[in-house]
Design a protein around this ligand. Structure first.
Ligand code: SAM
Ligand code: SF4
Ligand code: F3S
Length: 441
């Protein structure tokens, strides 16, 4: 049997898209392998959200050149957000002529046809400009353990001034509610314990047939029989509604965890970013969330060094982080993305200033994380056991996750993977939590 190897860069959206690539390859009678040197085909699913993501892909392609030289029949396919950018597929082909297949984000479903064309001896460059229809029947080979990713929508219409995503993922479009419900029901029957709904802005979900909104959708999913958890990402603060919070409160299967990217604390910067909310709007939403979901876990994305960000603006980001006390923050240095509005804005910030700001932010967030972890000691949580780790000469442990997305490690001599357990937190090491199983009286 021929073998495939997939290298994935970027966000959960791409991780799930790679599961579709794997599904297509398996239907074409390829089997997975863990080592690229054993592969007959290597698919590279790319990301271009920051310069670093692109540099990694270029580095990887450079590394594959040697492999292709010794293995002439090896097929190299490159797809994803980077290839969807105007002109990039051609420039990649010029730089790495050994690439056999190049396609963008709008035609993943046609991968098997491109494979056939390649097998007939043709090279393929196929980047579709328009997003086209949603394709419901692409096969999926899931690789994320107990968790199943489910797209509820594709694309983005927000055009945040720093972001390349709307240019490479096309216009926002939602899947029909009945297709989502059918997929989720099937996954629960197969035994998945966690369903994560995916979209760049899940709160603007609208069923094209029934006009059902995001809150109604998660409620319908939570009513499906079985013991499982529902998560979702990403929520945009401008569209995140009180109705969603109240639906979360009233439906125990919807996890009390919200990823709500603020990006920056300063109103001036938020406006330049075209985010559509102020610091006050954001903090009001956080207050409402904390009032109705007292056990909530919160995370966010922040960016430092956006054009025209002064020290005073940056201090507003620190202030918000101190006030909200996020459980987790994904912090980024602003990266120029050609074609976006921010790329040509006046007042680009020096590299050294950006580095200094991110280091200061990360230091603050580290301390917040440790303090939040200390506060958990003595608290009880229901966790889902995700991984059993056995070490020679040492007690076995289980890596588990709370409803509010905290990771808890506990000793256990039985493999409980896929089961729910009650734990009490005994200690923390930095922001890591260690617990013990207890039986509910
Ligand atoms: N749709 C999500 C939202 O609105 O928050 C974000 C999706 S984006 C793939 C993930 C994160 O990457 C963003 O929240 C932002 O913090 C970061 N990001 C996007 N463009 C960036 C850029 N040009 N430079 C640095 N970080 C960027
Ligand atoms: Fe990018 Fe903004 Fe869309 Fe998120 S909402 S994907 S940050 S344009
Ligand atoms: Fe995701 Fe990167 Fe594309 S973050 S949407 S894979 S540009």
């Amino acid at each position: 049997m021929k073998k495939y190897f997939i290298a994935t860069y970027g966000c959960q959206m791409n991780v799930h898209e790679s599961e579709k690539l794997a599904g297509i390859l398996r239907n074409a009678d390829y089997a997975e392998c863990n080592n690229e040197s054993d592969a007959d085909i290597i698919a590279i699913n790319t990301c271009c959200v920051r310069e670093k993501a692109e540099t990694k892909v270029i580095g990887y392609l450079g590394h594959l050149k040697a492999l292709k030289q010794v293995k002439k029949d090896l097929i190299i396919a490159v797809c994803g957000c980077m290839t969807q950018q105007e002109g990039t597929a051609d420039s990649l082909k010029k730089k790495f002529p050994f690439i056999d297949i190049l396609f963008g984000t709008h035609n993943t479903h046609l991968f098997s046809e491109y494979l056939d064309e390649r097998n007939e001896g043709k090279g393929v460059i196929a980047v579709q400009k328009d997003e086209g229809e949603i394709h419901e029947d692409t096969p999926v080979h899931r690789t994320s353990g107990l968790n199943a990713w489910v797209n509820i929508m594709y694309g983005c219409d927000n055009y945040c001034s720093f972001c390349i995503v709307p240019y490479v993922r096309g216009r926002e479009r939602s899947r029909a509610v009945r297709n989502i419900l059918n997929e989720v029901k099937g996954l629960i029957e197969e035994g998945y314990k966690e369903i994560t709904l995916l979209g760049q802005n899940v709160n603007s979900y609208k069923c094209p047939d029934t006009q059902i909104d995001f809150a109604d959708l998660i409620e319908k999913i939570a009513k499906i029989d079985g013991k499982f958890r529902v998560r979702f990402t990403t929520s945009h603060p401008k569209d995140f509604s009180e109705k969603v919070v109240l639906t979360m409160r009233d439906n125990p299967k919807i996890t009390k965890y919200i990823h709500l990217p603020i990006q920056a604390g300063s109103d001036k910067i938020l406006e330049l970013m075209n985010r559509g909310y102020t610091q006050k709007d954001y903090l009001n939403k956080i207050d409402f969330i904390k009032k109705h979901l007292p056990s909530v876990g919160l995370s966010t994305d922040i960016m430092v060094g956006f054009p025209q960000e002064t020290e005073k603006d940056f201090l507003e980001t620190l202030k918000v982080a101190e006030q909200v006390k996020f459980n987790n923050v994904f912090s980024f240095i602003f990266s120029i993305r050609s074609g976006t509005k921010a790329a040509t804005m006046d007042g680009q910030i020096e590299k050294e200033t950006k580095k200094d700001r991110i280091a200061r932010f990360n230091k603050l967030q580290f301390d917040i994380g440790v303090n939040l972890a200390k506060e958990c000691v003595g608290q009880k949580f229901e966790v889902l056991a995700e991984e059993f780790k056995h070490f020679e000469g040492k007690p076995s442990v289980i890596k588990s996750r709370t409803d509010c997305n905290k990771i808890v490690t506990f000793e256990c001599d039985k493999d409980l993977t896929g089961q729910f357990a009650n734990v009490i937190i005994k200690k923390n090491k930095n922001s890591n939590l260690f617990g013990e199983v207890f039986k509910e009286e």
